[in-house]
Design a protein around this ligand. Sequence first.
Ligand SMILES: [Fe+2]
Ligand SMILES: [Fe+2]
Length: 436
Amino acid sequence: MKKTPSAHYRIAIRQGKDWMSHSRDPMHDQVHAGNVEKKAIEVYRELVSSHYPGIRAINPELARIAAWWHDCYKAQMGSYGFYANIYEGRESAKIIRVQLKNLLSREELELLADAVHYHSGSAQLWYLFFNRARSPLHRILLEADAYDILGTDNLRERFRHVFGLPSKLEYLILQIIIPMMLPLYLKTKTARKDLFKRIFTFWKAWFGPSPFVLEYLRKRTPEHKKRHFSLVIISWDDCMALTYPALISVYRTILRKFGIRAHSDEIISKALNDFHSSHIAFGIHDTETFRDQLETSIQKQAWNILLLPLVRKTVLSLANRCPVAIVTDTSESLVNSCLKRYGLTRSISDVRAGIRQSGRPNPVTTLIKHFHRKPSDVLLVCNHPHDIRIGRNAGTAVAYFLPQENEPYLPYIGQRSDTEDFTLRQFSDLLDIVDG
Ligand SMILES: [Fe+2]
Ligand SMILES: [Fe+2]
């Protein structure tokens, strides 16, 4: 065999890498080719040390080139398909004969094209049943390529690349059957290393508990099983809307009129824990004027208040299951104007203010009475320690939900001493709790 200059091998490898890095097929991309290259060199060394017939005539660089070019046809495919599976070897060989014509000697090119042509399809059956490799290079490629069948890189990506239910099913079945054949198929020690362990890991990655399944199982645990509720009461300010920034700005303006300069932290800790008595905490005695101004300014801010993610969608679905009411510490009219803006007026059965206001009946208890409900059939959704306590005292079930957006305010709203029955990771988790 005529010797090809090493610079040409390097170019052929570089071009192969470039080709595969533009692959449209996540099952046959540069990750797969890179894995095959690594294994191909190991298999080559094993064959050299075991004096495999004809191995001395093979250049290790050729094994690397085979690894980078063997799937060049599939790399161009936009989807998984029957034709590509059967004829990919033949098609890749055609590409190789054109692309590498000026970089390899004629003999090397033919040896490479032959190994690639027969790395898939029926030649694999000859290898499986009769241990027939067409050449040492063919053997290296078959072993290294099959070794990577158990690779677990981008499993989900690979599955997304298979279109249509029949193809997806066929693909999943192959993921079960092919690994079972590998112990018979693979002949070299290199490729058989840790084989059963790798098969198990591969199946676990495909069919074992994925984050999706684990999440599903979590929701099936007794504490997360759906329950029947005849009324859901949600705390507006902490769970449904991002009101804190608007409130801080309103407070700052009014306090300034009273000659008081307050930092956001102070406003949060004094005002947001008891909206209606907050003026006392700031040393303001003119209750009437302060409340009037607060109410007017807050109304002006209504357009500025945003519902938190998934709230609208969840409330619309929830309202088909049972009545949904809102409790707030700010004002009923503020909540109502926001609900109107979001088209939720008809989905909310009642809005009551004053949840943190001392000295008057609590709106949670008032709502339970108003709807003639058993407290144990009512779910209160909140995160403020005061509200959790209200729910506990009233005898309702409590779901804790702290939106990510409100986390920065958490240090200012005090320690909670009561625990919840449900913890929501996102607002829409309510739909997993409340039975329809
Ligand atoms: Fe292939
Ligand atoms: Fe491959």
